[in-house]
Design a binder for this molecule. Structure first.
Ligand code: PA5
Length: 442
């Protein structure tokens, strides 16, 4: 039930010895990761979290999720970046494609709506419209507790909630996910008596999908968070070796760096399942923020095929040869559709009689793989048996570990994001925020 990694389709693009040459580098950085040495010592909390997490809080998350499922038609999740992308990825991968559009009778659990990831007044106004007449709860997530986008959304939607239910009931419908002690959000939570979940200080935003940050919204959506942690915990055990022949996360880290060194500066994460679109968004953030610094890094982007075969496909096949693809291949669909025989065969599709749509999807994958590889685009294949909570947990852990190793091979610190600060300080200065007024960053 685990994932497999196949880089054979990329071997023609590198020299055979190059992979084994990286073995000693990988071994060195594995030691660095395991011993949590150096400046990153406070950023590796996620490494053992699947087995060291706080069970009491985990149970509190489940209880609170049940309560929200019982009293809310909508859960509004307020957060930006690492504070919402993991739960969104999990929810879209693991629930019905039209989860939010299904009728209350068909749907398992409340609608989950995301806010606080933009400063669009149109978007915020539309969310207000959507909440009209509906019972809802709010989960606001911010590790620093000070990020402007979620803070603004919280101010708007908390008022809506208090106006609707009164202060006392509103209090029982607000869940705060933040640092245990620090930040504005923590202070608000304490003074108002909101239920809070902790973001461990040694786990950065983009590495927090498997903490309360991701777990609470996913539990509200009816996803089995025990299975998620089980998948992550198995990945943790499976991916302990520092031997490149045995550790598939390190293989992925190594080969993508080799492809980068051959001028393949763009990585396209490809899936053939629309339900994986937000997973790709999560992956993009993880890799872009961890690796894109010091003038270096692979530019991570994504596509969903067949959709994008009819838009980006032309460029991938025939454009500049600076791209490689990483495919997430799903072994078995959640449900399948069989193509039935039609007596008249007016659409001339009877030659596919008895085949499933998934069979066609896999053939599209094989055909594309061959065409792109022949067209000079190296491909990597990560296969999961199916899209379930267990494989979600496994995949998240796999990509996080691979990301850190990859960043180290590249020669950057994968845990900071100095580039994100520049826009913030300019924006705060333009807005006249007190401590930014004297800043000279603009
Ligand atoms: O990965 C990260 O560190 C960032 O994407 C953060 O998650 C994002 O900036 C949100 O920060 P915060 O949770 O402090 O509001």
């Amino acid at each position: 039930t685990h994932i497999t990694f196949d880089y054979s389709k990329s071997l023609p693009f590198i020299q055979e010895y190059e992979m084994s040459d990286l073995q000693s580098t990988v071994r060195f950085f594995d030691r660095k990761i395991r011993k949590s040495q150096g400046v990153e010592q406070n950023s590796l909390g996620w490494l053992n979290y699947p087995v060291s997490f706080d069970v009491n809080e985990f149970n509190r998350i489940k209880t609170a999720a049940l309560k929200v499922r019982g009293n809310s038609e909508v859960l509004l999740v307020i957060g930006v970046g690492g504070s919402y992308m993991g739960s969104r990825a999990g929810i879209e991968m693991l629930t019905h494609t039209f989860q939010n559009e299904l009728s209350t009778k068909q749907r398992v659990g409340p609608q989950v709506i995301f806010a606080g990831n933009n400063l669009s007044s149109s978007y915020i106004s539309d969310v207000i419209d959507l909440l009209e007449g509906k019972d809802f709860s709010i989960n606001v997530i911010s590790k620093s507790g000070t990020t402007l986008e979620p803070a603004i959304a919280f101010r708007v939607f908390r008022k809506l909630l208090v106006d609707k239910y009164g202060r006392t009931e509103a209090q029982s419908r607000i869940y705060i996910t933040t640092d245990r002690e620090k930040g504005t959000l923590n202070r608000i939570a304490k003074s108002e008596g909101y239920e809070t979940f902790n973001i461990p200080r040694n786990i950065g935003g983009r590495f927090s999908a498997l903490t309360s940050v991701g777990l609470f919204p996913m539990a509200v959506s009816g996803i089995c968070i025990d299975s998620i942690m089980e998948g992550a915990s198995t990945a943790r055990t499976d991916l302990t070796s520092d031997d490149l022949n045995e550790n598939v996360a390190y293989q992925y880290a190594a080969i993508r760096n080799l492809l980068y060194s051959k001028g393949k500066g763009i990585e396209l994460l490809v899936s053939y399942e629309p339900n994986l679109q937000s997973f790709s968004e999560w992956w993009k953030q993880l890799y872009a923020e961890s690796e894109g610094k010091d003038g270096r890094g692979i530019f991570p982007t994504s596509a969903v095929f067949s959709t994008d075969l009819h838009s980006l496909g032309q460029y991938i096949q025939d454009g500049r040869k600076n791209i490689f693809e990483t495919i997430i291949k799903v072994g078995k669909p959640n449900k399948d559709v069989v193509i039935e025989n039609e007596e008249t065969d007016f659409d001339e599709l009877n030659y596919l009689n008895g085949k499933t749509v998934n069979y066609l999807n896999l053939k599209a994958l094989d055909g594309t793989l061959q065409a792109h590889t022949n067209g000079g685009v190296p491909n990597l294949i990560i296969q999961i048996p199916e899209m379930n909570a267990y494989t979600f947990g496994y995949l998240v852990y796999f990509f996080q570990l691979a990301c850190v190793m990859s960043g180290y091979i590249l020669g950057v610190n994968p845990f900071n994001q100095p580039g994100v600060e520049a826009y913030k300080s300019n924006m705060y200065q333009l807005l006249g925020k007190r401590e930014y007024q004297k800043s000279e960053t603009i």
